[in-house]
Design a protein around this ligand. Structure first.
Ligand SMILES: NC(=O)N[C@@H](CC(=O)O)C(=O)O
Ligand SMILES: [Zn+2]
Ligand SMILES: [Zn+2]
Length: 427
């Protein structure tokens, strides 16, 4: 294993210091960070963060390897500064058995670029009718702790209650895609003045908010942990604030795209902007930024949703919802929230708290002697133009094409091994 001496990095934006990375851990920080034969990494001007953790990634393997594989998604993640990603269950076959989650987990180990932690489905085949083998997935080699039917809402309240009761026994968490399906039949975009003008069927905010309210009450009743995926409306923030004040064990995520983009993007009819939940209004975006700063929304998760050109470059109504996120997430968060969060606040929301929610004890730990060397080095002064053709993801559906974004990941380390150096994947 290579020993690295990282020179002059600003840990969480603090004063420049050296770090010695040896045998999988941060062996020393500061004056003792020297060892004969160590490979030197120039980190002048770079900020060192604990490796980022994504609680919501679609890797598409098994089943849609033409859109993404565990390997290509792992490359995108490492380049985005991530050392762990939670792989959503809406694959084909669905990750609803110990066999499938172990397969995804093993593929992640083989790729070796990030820890791929499978999320298990809540219901068989995401069908919303019968609970999947939650216990078997929890006991499997993948040790699943997060369960989600993401892409679909667990809309039957009785089933949702059973799922919450079941995972409470092993401190698991249900991650809900909050969408009341009866309120979003045929929906194409956010329901509001823009959808009315464009003549597209709307996805009303209340479809999200009503499920969050119901599930917050259920989670409070059961005493189990509930996580809300991709929160997108001001009203959702109000409900989560209320639930937290009542002591409900609820956490929530916001995506980078919901922190930056609004429903006016649909005016282009470019399906790259079609996503679930849909892009909302400028008022919602501001409420989400404030909620992230305040801590009502706990984390940023990418909802990285790769789709092939056939599924994306077609008429709006036929295009699949979803957009890429792993390679641009930190840049968007730096752009919209660094001034209010600082690097420590960003580390909290993109590394420590998601690691805690997912139960990933090796991740989300600040670089310090003895800590597993899962870390990333970012150049906050760099600026780069997003070129879909040069992304590591197998898909091209980034909503940021042509935009100039701040910040660049220079290096990422997974358990002391470099996965990214000089902004390039090492293997
Ligand atoms: N976000 C999306 O628009 N799509 C996701 C599913 C989901 O996250 O709901 C996908 O799997 O493509
Ligand atoms: Zn979803
Ligand atoms: Zn998703």
């Amino acid at each position: 294993m290579t020993t690295f001496r990282i020179r002059g990095a600003r840990i969480l934006g603090g004063d420049p210091t050296d770090l010695l990375v040896r045998d999988g851990v941060v062996a020393a920080v500061g004056a003792d960070a020297d060892a004969p034969g160590a490979e030197s990494v120039d980190a002048d001007g770079l900020v060192a963060l604990p490796g980022l953790v994504d609680l919501h990634t679609h890797l598409r393997e098994p089943g849609r390897e033409d859109a993404e594989t565990v390997l290509t998604g792992s490359r995108a993640a490492a380049l985005g500064g991530y050392t762990a990603v939670c792989a959503m269950a809406n694959t084909d076959p669905v990750a609803d058995t110990a066999g499938v989650v172990e397969q995804v987990w093993r593929l992640g180990r083989e790729a070796g670029l990030v820890d791929v932690q499978p999320i298990g489905a809540v219901t068989v085949g995401l069908g919303g009718e019968r609970l999947a083998e939650l216990g078997a997935m929890a006991d499997s080699a993948a040790s699943v702790r997060v369960f989600s039917d993401d892409g679909h809402c667990v809309f039957d309240p009785r089933l949702m209650r059973r799922a919450l009761e079941y995972v409470k026994a092993f401190d698991g968490v249900i991650a809900q895609h909050a969408e009341e399906p009866r309120l979003t039949v045929g929906a194409q975009m956010h329901e509001g003045v823009v959808s009315a003008r464009l003549g597209l069927t709307g996805w009303p905010a209340v479809a999200e908010e009503s499920i969050i309210a119901r599930d917050a009450l259920l989670a409070g009743h059961v005493g189990a942990r509930l996580h809300i995926c991709h929160v997108s409306t001001r009203g959702s923030v109000d409900i989560i604030r209320w639930a937290k004040a009542r002591g409900v064990r609820i956490t929530a995520e916001v995506t980078p795209h919901h922190l930056l983009l609004t429903d006016t993007r649909a005016e282009s009819f470019d399906p790259v902007f079609k996503v679930n939940p849909p892009l909302r209004t400028a008022e919602d975006v501001e409420a989400l930024r404030e909620a992230l700063v305040e801590g009502i929304v706990d984390i940023v998760a990418t909802d990285h949703a790769p789709h092939t050109t056939e599924d994306k470059e077609c008429e709006w109504a036929y295009a699949r919802p979803g957009m890429l996120g792993l390679e641009t997430a930190l840049s968007i968060v730096q752009d919209v929230a660094l001034d209010r969060l600082g690097w420590d606040g960003i580390a909290e929301r993109m590394s420590r708290t998601p690691a805690r929610i997912a139960g990933l004890t090796d991740h989300g730990r600040d670089p310090a002697p003895g800590v597993p060397a899962n870390l990333t080095l970012v150049d906050p002064a760099a600026r780069r133009q997003v070129d879909p053709g040069s992304l590591a993801s197998r898909s091209r559906n980034t909503p940021y094409a042509g935009m100039t974004l701040p910040g660049r990941i220079v290096a990422t380390f997974l358990r002391g091994e470099a996965t990214v150096l000089d902004g390039k994947v090492v293997k």
